[in-house]
Structure formats: C-alpha cells, structure tokens
Write a protein that binds this ligand. Structure first.
Ligand SMILES: [Zn+2]
Length: 926
C-alpha cells in the first residue's frame, strides 16, 4: 500500500541524494548562488530554514532547467560571541544553560565540553549540516569549511594584503562602540539590542556655575542664542568631576563615558539634582539663565544635563508650558532666533499647536521635533542680530567658535538607545587609538562600489535605495579586535580580523575550498592566490597542476550570480562585500545580483533566540515533515516579505501535499480516451507552466506556488467534475501528472522524488527537465467554452441560493446576435465611454432605441468585470454559445438534477430572456 508518509519519502530520497548535488565545472551554463554562511552558536530555527530554503528552491529550479548549479555552505566562527558563551557555560550561568540544554536540546555530556569555544561551533556546525540535509537543501558539502581553518586564514591574509596595498587599511583614532566588560569593540553581531544606533558627534556647551562648568550636549549649537534655561533631573545624583583639570557637573554615566573619550576624569563628590534647581548659570552667548527641574532628563544621555530652547524645540516648549500651567516660571518667554518659511515666529509653538499636542508623552513629539529640525536645517536662517547666516552654515561656525573661545568639547553618543552587548553590558562610545580601520569613507572607493551597484540585479528593486544610502553613509570601520577567534591581523598580530571583515570575498574561496586542502598549507603564499584568482604568473609556483585545476574552478564559477541574505545585512555585510570585491577582482568577476529577504515572525512576534521566541527547524521537520516546512515557508510570503510561522497554518499545508500525493496516485494510470475537457486541462496547464517559470525566474516563490499548486488543483477539480460518469479521466493525465510533479519538485522535493519513481520517471526528479509550455497545446476556444460553462454554473448556483427553491427545469437563454455585435464593438474599443455614441450612429441600433442603449451599458459593465484574458480572445472572435451549451447539456443536467433547455433569447417568451448578454446567458427557473 502506497500511503502518504513524508518521513518515508525523506529517507528514500536522502539515500539517493548523498552526492547528487556535488557540482563540477562542465560544458553547461553555470549558475552559482550563495547565502551568508551561518555563525553556528545555537540551534537552527524556522527563520534560518527559510534563509537556506529560498535559495534551494531556486537552485533546484535552475538545475532542472539544465544548468550546472553550485550551492555551497560553510561556517563563520570568527569573533567573540562564542567565547562569551563558553565563559558563561563554564560559570554555569543559568540563562545560558537553560538556552543550550532546554531550548537547543544539547545533551549534557556535550554541554559539559562547551567550556571550549571551538567545541561549540564544531557541534553546531555539524548540527546545521544535519538539519539542512534533513530539509533537503541541495548543497555541495565537499566545499564546506570554517573561517578558522588554516588554509582559509591564508586566503584572508592574501585578501588583506591587497586591501592594504590599495590603501584601504589605515590606522587612526576613532569613536567606536565599545564594551567595557569584554574590553573589546562591539560589532553588529555582538549586539543584543541597538544595532541601528549610530555614533553621533555632540557639542558640549559649557555653562558656568560659579567656578564650575555645566556642560550640556547639543546637536544644534547655533540655538545657544535662544536658550532660556537648563533642564536638570531633580531625582538623580550628579557628580562633580575634574575633567582634564577643570571642575564639571555631570551625570555619573557621563563621567564614565568621557573617560573613554580621551579625557582624564576624576570624580570628586556627589551633587543631588534637586540642589541644582533654581541656580543661575551663564554662557557668554546667551547670558544668565535659570536651571529648571525636568523628569525627562536622562542621565545616560550625553552629559545628563540639557539646554532648553523652547522657541525651536517642541519638547522644551511643552516642558516649559507645563511648568507655567502649574504657575511657575511665568517670566520665561521663548526666544526665537531662526526664521523659517512655513512656520510662525516661534516654530515649536506653532507646530505643537497646529498638531494639537497637549502633553510631553504624545507619540508624535519625536516626529514633530525631527520635522522642525529638518525644516530649520534646510531652509532656516538666523536672525540678523545673530549673524543672519543659514542654519546649515551657522551650526558649524558656532560650534567652532565655542570650541575655540568658550571651552566647548566634543562628546560622542548614540542617537538611539539602549545599545546592549551580548554580555548584557551597556555599550558605550570609546575613542580608540592605534585602531585599524577599513577606509570605507574613501570617496573613490565609494564611487567604485556605486558604479558597480548600477550594473547589479537587485531583488526586490526597491532595496537599491538602501544600498545607495549605505554606500553614501558608510564610515571607516574598525576592522580588528583583541579578543575572539579568527585570522591574525598581518600588521599587528596581537589583533584579529573582526567577523564582518573576514567574510566579504569567501564566495570566491568556495570555488576552490575542496581542492585547496590537497596543498600543504605552508605553501599557500599570496602568489599562489594571485595565480588562482587573478591569473598572475610568478616563478616557482608550487603544485602547478593543482593550482591550474583551482584556477579552472574559479574561472568557471565566478562571479557568483546571486547572493541571498536578510535585509538587515544591507547596512553592513552585503555592502562591505561589494567594497572588497571591487577592490580585489577584475570587472568580469564582480558580483552580479543579490536577493534580499524579509524577516521571520513566530505567531506574530519577531523571532529571537535570546528571547526564546523561536521554533526549532528540526522540531518543525519532525512534527510536520520537511516538505511541509518548505512549502509553508515558500508559500506564505514572497522572500522579501516578512513571514509568520503559525502551526495551525502549517498543518493545512501538510494536508495540501497529501491531496497532491493522492491525486497523482489516483490519476496517473487513467487510460480513457481524451475529450475536449482533456484538451482544456492540457491547455490550462501550459499557462501554469509559463507563469510558474516566470515567477521562479523572478524569485517569487509564493506566486510560483499559487500557480503550480493552487492553480493546477483548481483546474483538476473542475476537470473531474466535467468527466462523464464512470470515467477516471484520460491517458493525458499521465503527462499532466509528470508536469505537475516537476513543477512542484523544487518546493517539495521528497514527495517529488517518490512520485517521480511511481510515474516511472527517468533518474531523479531533482535533475529531470523543467517543463516547457507547449504553445501548440494552448486552445483558447476550448478555454473560453469552459469559462462560459463554469461561470454559468456559478450563476445558476447563486440564483438557486437566492430564491431558495428547486426548479423543475432550467432554461439557459442565449443572447441574440445584435448584442454580440455591441459586445464586440465595446470590447475592441479603446475608449469605452464614447463607444456607445458610435454604436448608436448605426441605423439598426438606433431603431432598437432604449433596448440597444441598455444592452450597451450592460455590456460595458460586464466587460469591466470579466478578466482581460477572457475579453481579449472574445474580442477577436466570438464563440458559438449555443453549441457550447448543447455539448454541456448532459453535464448541466447531472449537476442540477433537472432537465436543462437551451434557447435563443429572441424566440423566448419569458421576460427574463431579454436580460441575456454575450458570455452571460439569461437563466430561467421553472
Ligand atoms: Zn560585552
């Protein structure tokens, strides 16, 4: 008995696939796709599943189209996270132990060895391979490597030699994200929270309080002329600290931060915030102002004190207004200093009142602040008494003057917070000296990348904007770390190359990864890689034959056709890899395309391993079957859209596969004679082939499944309904099933292989030829006839529901020829509004009078409702509706269980017959 058993299909296929997807250079057209390699520090969840299954579906599709496809995989183990994990496991940190033992299900004896970081990545790398294989991902595993393999390090050293020689590696002092617990700069991958936060340069405006400085941080130093007061948080404790020898009042957090930014900081004593309230401070550019209390002042934001410019900052305006409503500080008036078109004299007041905002907590405050900020920056001008310059210019002028004359300093801070390290510590901004950077700020390098981006295919196209923006904004990147795993930095071997900087051109390494192992690592000089990747000859190259074989692989596979990755990597990895490619490889070896993914949700919430909101891929496969997981992930959203995993929906996907399976088994051996309905089924199938192919060519996995599964299933249902009694269908069904299995094989390859064998298909379905639409089988007449019948059946059903009676007989009354004439004229017309006038110029029609104008209006409405693929062929040649219905008479009588009469509307005496329209006969119940 051939029961539906996904587990069985999986075992059968795995046996046949062991080496099936190993791919070598050949005479075929090559297609090379890659995905960002995983950092194997935990178990895979269904979100990871989609990342690797989308490219797999595309790889399988290309393979069936007769291309030589390379889909390799490796493991990125560079960096510090796994070291932190091993330390926490050694310390028996309960949260970490819970995550690894209970969520990731690591056996205790393995977990005990996780005190060694390399054991963790080795364990999960083999887990990844096992689970990816279980999901049917068609990878050439011979090319697998890890980024701490000695040969890979040789490759990275070669890469960096080129970057260095091109002047892209520089040393300097820069502000970077820093974790004081790890004593290390923090990369994107090392963050628990705040990966979007940027380091911003603030000016500290130094107010005097007696012999003390009170620094307030601002992005708008030019607004100093409009300061009416400072804000202090009365509920926190500030400190008096000696900063570079002078006494400042700042928050404790600010003292710690300043110490990381090239200042000597010595805390002397604590000062309660409330003791500062109502003090008078002064600045040469604004005179004396009072210090006012405000709960919203955040000690963890810059200096922990804020200057208030109520005329131009909505927050300041509302905070002051609130105090004044309580009857305090009524003498303070906003002091405007900038004129900006579109706003009144006091822009903040104007904007707040227009928006009807009544309190500080209104969620629109942030946007409003931003709006005024941009308006003033782009079109604002300072009042003449403050110099009259545009804000854009005045801002830098005032900042420079403050630094020169009024003791101002620079302070770096994040624009959004919190920014939290994987270790749980708050990340700060530190100025690193002797830090090595990749000079992504270099305009010439940026231009090379921009130029190449213009030649690339980006999917979906709207991500281009984000790439352009990233290239534009990218600043120098701290590229070394002191702690972690990875390749030693060649010019300072106490440092390591950080993870986002050793993962940029490894797609080229895949092409040789399985062969380079055959060469003694000591022989892998830069000249060897120069030969393999750049074709540079040099004397005394070792193992020339092996090198030639690798050069052949590289030349065959490279450049890669598409790189797949999640959209959050646009701002770093996906753009970095372009910088590195343009610097090292010749033009014909530069990346050709990228496909950018949306994110994964679990029951509506963002998936996150650290928060425990994940569903493990392995559990999904064992609960639902690999094909179910694949089909669900591919069908629930297009790759670039976010998808939402919900178990109840996954269950219905499994039922769909089972229906497909049973239908194929029931249909494949049918041996009846083909009739018109078979020609209809095969004709429809050709369009499904075309549309599935088109969708997959555009990476639209969801659209492809709509066609290849739902579109075909709907047709088949109609086909079965239309079969004569006692008929199981014709022998055409065998061909039909063969096509159907192949169209679905990229999505559900396990079921596909099983059914392919059932059908006695040649070889593996994974390599079977992709169906090609046969235009000769497309029969528009038959498709139109079936469309007419199915629409009429629907009409009859809805009338029956509406009038709630079972008729004694049904009469289908067909529209007269003159209505067909009108229909044709309207369908063909470019301007459907004036066509009625044209029609009525005809004598015959004019004689019909209102009858004709009514028919024309009804035809217009009908044509608007019908899909274009029906109207278009109908406007070329009408069909003989009477013949169509006569041929379907037996079917219709079977469907409705009563006699069915076909009549001409014109000869009918029934009043309803006059409503008959082309493609919409009148239906009369008796
Ligand atoms: Zn940390």
């Amino acid at each position: 008995m051939n029961a539906f058993d996904l587990g069985k299909f999986e075992n059968e296929a795995q046996e046949q696939w062991t080496h099936a997807f190993e791919s070598n250079p050949s005479n075929l057209e090559k297609c090379y796709l890659t995905v960002a390699y995983p950092y194997p520090s935990g178990a895979m969840h269904v979100g990871h599943g989609r990342t690797y299954i989308v490219p797999d579906v595309i790889a399988r599709f290309w393979r069936m189209q007769g291309r030589q496809v390379l889909y390799p995989m490796a493991f990125h183990v560079t960096g510090a996270p796994v070291i932190g994990i091993s330390k926490r496991i050694a310390k028996k940190d309960p949260k970490t132990i819970h995550l690894y033992r209970d969520l990731y299900k690591v056996p205790q004896n393995v977990l005990d060895e996780f005190t060694d970081p390399l054991t963790i990545v080795r364990h999960f790398a083999s887990e990844y391979k096992r689970v990816m294989t279980a999901c049917g991902i068609s990878i050439d595993w011979r090319r697998r490597f890890t980024t701490v393999d000695p040969t890979y390090s040789k490759f990275i050293e070669w890469q960096w030699k080129h970057l260095y020689e091109a002047g892209h590696v520089i040393k300097g002092a820069h502000p970077v994200r820093y974790c004081t617990v790890d004593d290390n700069p923090v990369g994107d991958h090392d963050l628990l929270e705040g990966d979007k936060a940027e380091v911003i340069k603030f000016t500290l405006v130094m107010f005097h309080l007696d012999d003390l400085f009170i620094p307030t941080a601002t992005l708008r130093p030019e607004t100093i002329y409009g300061v009416t007061n400072l804000w202090v948080n009365p509920n926190i404790t500030y400190v008096r600290a000696l900063v570079d020898g002078s006494a400042w009042i700042i928050s404790r957090e600010a003292a710690e931060k300043l110490a990381l930014q090239d200042h000597t900081v010595e805390i002397q004593e604590e000062i309660a915030g409330r003791d500062l309230v109502d003090k008078t401070v002064s600045h040469p550019l604004c005179g004396e102002v009072p210090v006012l209390p405000a709960d919203f002042v955040d000690p963890d934001m810059a200096s922990g004190l804020v200057m208030s410019v109520p005329a131009h900052a909505p927050f300041d305006y509302i905070a002051l207004r609130d105090l004044q409503h309580a009857g305090k500080y009524s003498q303070i008036k906003p002091v405007p200093l900038i004129k900006v078109e579109g706003y009144g004299e006091i822009p903040a007041q104007d904007a707040v009142e227009k928006a009807g905002i009544t309190h500080q907590m209104d969620c629109r405050m942030e946007a409003l602040t931003q709006e005024i900020y941009s308006a003033e920056f782009s079109r604002g001008k300072l009042f003449d008494r403050y110099g009259g310059k545009p804000v854009r210019v005045a801002r830098d002028d005032v900042a420079a003057r403050m630094i020169e004359q009024y003791a101002s300093k620079i302070m770096y801070e994040f624009d959004t917070r919190p920014v939290v390290c994987r270790c749980g510590n708050k990340v700060k901004v530190k100025i690193l000296h002797d830090q090595w950077f990749l000079k992504y700020s270099d305009p010439a390098w940026k231009k090379q990348v921009s130029d190449h981006l213009g030649d690339m295919v980006l999917v979906p196209p709207e991500v281009r904007l984000e790439f352009d923006r990233t290239v534009d904004w990218l600043k120098d990147w701290a590229c070394t770390r002191r702690v972690g795993l990875g390749t030693r930095f060649p010019w300072d071997t106490t440092q390591l190359i950080e993870p986002l900087s050793d993962s940029t051109i490894y797609m080229a390494y895949y092409t040789i990864a399985h062969k380079i192992r055959e060469i003694d690592c000591k022989l892998l000089s830069p000249e060897v890689f120069d030969y393999i990747f750049l074709g540079k000859e040099s004397a005394e190259l070792p193992e020339k034959k092996k090198l030639d074989a690798m050069r052949k692989e590289f030349l065959y596979w490279y450049p890669y056709n598409y790189r797949f990755s999640a959209k959050d990597l646009i701002s770093n990895h996906l753009t970095f890899q372009l910088f590195h490619h343009v610097s090292i490889f010749p033009k014909d070896k530069l990346p050709q395309g990228m496909v950018v993914f949306g994110m994964g949700l679990l029951n509506g919430a963002k998936m996150s391993s650290s928060k425990g909101n994940v569903f493990l891929l392995e559990d999904a496969v064992s609960d639902f079957g690999a094909d179910t997981v694949r089909m669900f992930l591919m069908g629930s959203a297009e790759p670039w859209q976010d998808f939402d995993w919900r178990n109840e929906l996954v269950i219905s996907t499994k039922k769909q596969i089972e229906r497909f399976f049973n239908t194929v088994l029931e249909s494949k051996d049918a041996d009846g004679e083909p009739h018109d309905i078979d020609r209809w089924l095969m004709s429809r199938l050709q369009s499904h082939i075309e549309r599935t192919t088109e969708a997959l060519t555009n990476f639209q996995t969801r659209q492809a499944l709509q066609e290849a599964y739902f579109g075909i299933e709907t047709d088949l249902k109609w086909y079965r309904r239309r079969l004569a009694e006692n008929s199981d269908g014709s022998r055409e069904l065998h061909t039909f099933c063969s096509v159907w299995i192949r169209l679905l094989a990229p999505f559900i390859p396990f079921t596909g292989e099983h059914l392919w064998k059932e059908l006695a298909g040649e070889g593996l379905v994974s390599f079977a030829p992709w169906p090609v639409a046969n235009k000769k089988l497309i029969n528009t007449r038959i498709e139109l006839a079936e469309e007419l019948i199915s629409r009429t059946v629907e009409d009859i059903e809805s009338i029956r529901k509406l009038i709630q009676m079972t008729p004694k007989s049904i009469t289908i009354s067909i529209a007269p020829a003159w209505k067909h004439e009108i229909f044709l004229l309207i369908a063909k017309s470019n301007d459907r509004n004036t066509v009625i006038k044209e029609i009525m110029k005809d004598d015959k029609m004019r004689k019909r009078g209102k009858e004709a104008t009514d028919a024309a209006k009804q035809c217009t409405t009908l044509i608007h409702r019908l899909p274009p693929q029906v109207v278009e062929p109908l406007s070329r040649e009408p069909i003989n509706e009477k013949t169509v219905f006569e041929a379907a008479k037996i079917f219709l009588e079977k469907e409705f269980g009563v006699p069915v009469h076909i009549t001409d509307a014109e000869s009918s005496e029934h009043a309803k017959a006059t409503t008959a329209l082309p493609f919409k006969p009148a239906i009369i119940f008796e």
